[in-house]
Design a protein around this ligand. Structure first.
Ligand code: CAA
Length: 380
């Protein structure tokens, strides 16, 4: 067993760390306050190769592994989680799903533009009445001459405001059991009848856009079906197997920021004539934060490594997300507690970390859903 990073892995991680420190950390509060990521950040991320990280070199990306994506996501999310989720969804839910399921023509048409960031990717599965019960989705795709006509309203679409290509899941057969009649469609943002609806005002990750999508009879030609007709639920679930590893890495990044802030404050803040880090009660908090985050990181890298080898990863990506998101929220809570009243104000960025952390236990499958996936795999 070798835990050492290769020279290339360490180099990309260090590059991401520098980018995050210099360009994202100074903007994180601004992104949170203004409710969007500075437009120039998208260009900077493109120049740094962030949009094409896992896209194969033949399509203009750098062909990095999921392990490297995890290393990068941890660094980016440590600085700005709104930017982090945008990179994660683009790479692991949109581009990776197209790479795995797309025809050669679909890959040629979209991946080179996705690799530069000219086209950002989004993933649209959820609806008002289908969140955890994803297969209950109601958006329809009606067969028409040469393709399909999509109707309905989708919800919770990350990067909705900026994305150029959406992976939209809709029902193509209402006569079969719910998971069997779903298809995945590639829908460009400029398709006729396609409209971005309301933007959500969120507790955290305020810089990242989360929108509704309105499908008003959107025509999608046959060559924009991703994978097989009526096999879209499998595409969606497999995509989430990868996406959840990205959110686990995000959780570790946010959690690490909490741990670092807590250690710094514990050394600086004095009460009862000594640094609060000298109190065992505070030391135990720091020890538990560190232990939980480090073990979640090992699980996350293991899941990413398995995914890179093409092995079934559902249980392990769910374990990674479960461990990492709960470790992240534990770290955020303890970090705020260590900061006391000061942490509850915006004088310190820990209140933003606390808010950003919360969603990691909800999106890309709530914690309870991860437990279902893990338990079903054990009992199968
Ligand atoms: N890979 C491939 N296929 C899979 C699979 C996987 N990981 N998991 C299940 N399937 C297949 C099954 O084999 C089954 O196939 P057959 O019908 O051919 O037998 C089919 O999918 C249905 O499987 P289930 O019976 O297990 O489906 P279910 O209805 O019980 O749902 C679930 C299972 C795990 C609860 C699922 O609904 C789920 O993951 N829910 C959470 C959804 C979610 O994570 N949403 C997040 C959306 S994205 C987001 O958050 C926003 C963002 O952009 C960041």
């Amino acid at each position: 067993m070798n835990f050492e990073l290769t020279e290339d892995q360490a180099m990309v991680r260090d590059m991401a760390r520098e980018l995050a420190e210099n360009e994202l950390l100074p903007r994180a509060r601004k992104h949170d306050d203004q409710g969007f990521i500075d437009p120039e950040v998208f260009t900077l991320l493109g120049e740094a190769g962030m949009w094409g990280l896992t896209i194969p070199e033949e399509y203009g990306g750098s062909g990095m592994s999921n392990v490297v994506l995890c290393l990068v996501l941890e660094e980016i999310n440590r600085a700005c989680a709104a930017t982090g989720v945008t990179i994660s969804v683009h790479n692991s839910l949109a581009a990776a799903t197209l790479i795995k399921n797309g025809t050669e023509a679909q890959k040629q048409a979209w991946l080179p533009r996705m690799a530069t960031g000219e086209v950002l990717g989004a993933y649209s599965l959820s609806e008002a009445a289908s969140g955890s019960d994803a297969a209950a989705l109601k958006a329809t795709a009606e067969r028409v001459d040469g393709g399909w006509k999509l109707s309905g309203t989708k919800l919770w679409v990350t990067t909705g405001a900026q994305a150029g290509l959406f992976l939209v899941y809709a029902r193509t057969d209402a006569t079969v059991s719910k998971a069997k009649g779903i298809t995945c469609f590639l829908v460009p943002a400029d398709a006729e009848g396609f409209q971005i609806g309301k933007s959500e005002k969120k507790t955290g990750l305020r810089g990242s856009s989360t929108t509704e999508l309105i499908l008003d009879g959107v025509f999608v030609p046959d060559d924009m079906v991703l994978g097989e007709v009526n096999r879209g639920f499998h595409v969606a679930m497999d995509a989430l197997d990868g996406g959840r590893i990205g959110i686990a890495a995000q959780s570790i990044g946010i959690g690490r920021a909490c741990l670092e802030a807590a250690v710094k404050y514990a050394k600086e803040r004095e009460q009862f004539g000594q640094a609060i880090g000298d109190f065992q009660a505070v030391q135990w908090k720091l020890a538990d934060m560190s232990s939980r985050l480090d073990s979640a990181r090992l699980m996350t890298h293991y899941a990413a490594w398995l995914r890179d080898r093409g092995e079934p990863v559902g249980r392990f990506s769910s374990q990674a997300k479960l461990l990492a998101s709960t470790a992240c929220n534990f770290a955020a809570d303890e970090c705020l507690q260590i900061h006391g009243g000061a942490g509850y104000t915006d004088d310190f960025h820990v209140e933003r970390l606390f808010r950003d952390a919360r969603i990691t236990e909800i999106y890309e499958g709530a914690t309870d859903i991860q437990r279902i996936v893990i338990a079903r795999s054990l009992l199968a």
